[in-house]
Design a protein around this ligand. Structure first.
Ligand code: IPM
Ligand code: MG
Length: 372
């Protein structure tokens, strides 16, 4: 298969982790005789530094021409602490989501057996968690009308949803539930918000078309608690833009590191794949950023094109790295010298030689001598 992939490394740790995902995709292309071409483009504060614009037009064009987009991370502390900034790096990410019409954001949350003790939650609570969050990505309060009064003392952000925006992601979420444990939970705040009541009404209607899916409804405040005390009860969580942002970051606590959570953002014409984590600028260029979320986002890219064996091999490589403790410091209390690049190299080598997973192989990757 020929795939033209736009790569938007972005800010902070974005370039380092994305480089590992590209490395892994190149190894997959070699192994399975595909032709993947990569075209880099600027986004975020790095784009602002060079062009003054967090989302240059050229970037939008490169993404529109590509079969898929691999996105790194976005954000900069310089803007985080300046509420008066007129232009912000995040506009690059929000802008590309909107420009490509990426309405459905899919965020899987899987508690890896080998990492159960890395979570600050109790093992018995999180064991066997396997859920997916369907987060609406181009509507709601993120994209509603904003207003700041002239005297600077009153502000508003409007949360608007239209029927079609709810319907299209709801169908996606129900279909996903049908191929999983056939459970869907709509998370909203329908006891207070009119927009949530619209979600509930529409999801109730659509549920009639998916009679083999068990549907439940949960308020966001309750869901925030249930996700921590009993995450196993969930299969597919369907929710609007901001609730999905918050819940998915909370869910990273179950998995043990936010550096593990990948996502796919799908529209009718385009698709983008990105870790759910941010730019984590403090960690940039230190070789400590976990590339697994980016590598698993690349696996979701392969899934999207029906390259199931390829995606499975990437995930096997990730599992192996976790099992053998070839991981960055956020997860590693066994070895202290495993860098971002090393994790990428290990998974790349695994793809090239899936059978050579003996101790020598591990030792080579740990930079230790081997005696045969
Ligand atoms: C995410 C991020 C973004 C969001 C930010 C960086 C704009 O937090 O993808 O979860 O809020 O959607
Ligand atoms: Mg977020």
């Amino acid at each position: 298969m020929k795939l033209n992939i736009a790569v938007l490394p972005g800010d902070g740790i974005g370039p380092e982790v994305t480089a590992q995902a590209v490395k892994v995709l190149k190894a997959i292309a070699m192994e399975f005789n595909h032709v993947f071409t990569f075209r880099k483009a600027l986004v975020g504060s790095s784009a602002m530094d060079k062009t003054g614009n967090p989302l240059p037009e050229e970037t939008v064009n490169i993404c529109k021409e590509a079969d898929a987009v691999l996105f790194g991370a976005i954000g900069s502390p310089a803007y985080d602490h300046d509420p008066d900034a007129k232009v912000r790096p995040e506009q690059g990410l929000l802008g590309i989501r909107k420009a490509l019409g990426l309405h459905t954001n899919i965020r899987p949350v899987i508690a890896y057996e080998d990492l159960l003790n890395k979570s600050s939650l109790k093992v018995k609570q999180i064991k066997d968690t396997n859920l997916v969050i369907y987060r609406e990505l181009t509507g709601g309060i993120y994209f509603g009308e904003r207003h700041l009064s002239d005297d600077g003392n009153t502000a508003s952000d409007v949360c608007t949803y239209q029927r079609f925006e709810i319907e299209r992601i709801a169908h996606g979420a129900f279909k996903a539930a049908q191929s999983r444990k056939r459970k869907l939970t709509l998370v909203d705040k329908a006891n207070v918000l009119e927009s949530s009541r619209l979600w509930r009404r529409i999801v109730k209607e659509i549920a009639l078309q998916y009679s083999n899916v068990e549907v439940s409804y949960m308020y966001i405040d309750n869901a925030a608690m249930e996700l921590i005390i009993n995450p196993r009860q969930f299969d597919v969580i369907l929710t609007e833009n901001m609730f999905g942002d918050i819940l998915s970051e909370e869910a990273s606590v179950i998995v043990g590191s936010i550096g593990l959570l990948a996502s796919a953002s799908l529209g009718d014409k385009h698709a983008m794949f990105e870790p759910i984590h941010g730019a984590y600028t403090k960690a940039a260029n230190k070789g400590i950023a976990n590339p697994i979320a980016s590598i698993l986002s690349a696996a979701m890219l392969l899934d999207h094109f029906g390259l199931d064996d390829e995606a499975a091999l990437v995930r096997e490589g990730v599992d192996k790295s976790l099992k053998l403790h070839i991981t960055t410091p956020d997860l590693n209390n066994k070895y202290d010298n495993i860098s971002t690049t090393k994790v990428g190299d290990f998974i790349e080598d695994f793809i090239n030689n899936p059978d050579e997973t003996n101790l020598n192989f591990t030792n080579i990757h740990l930079g230790q001598s081997t005696i045969i």
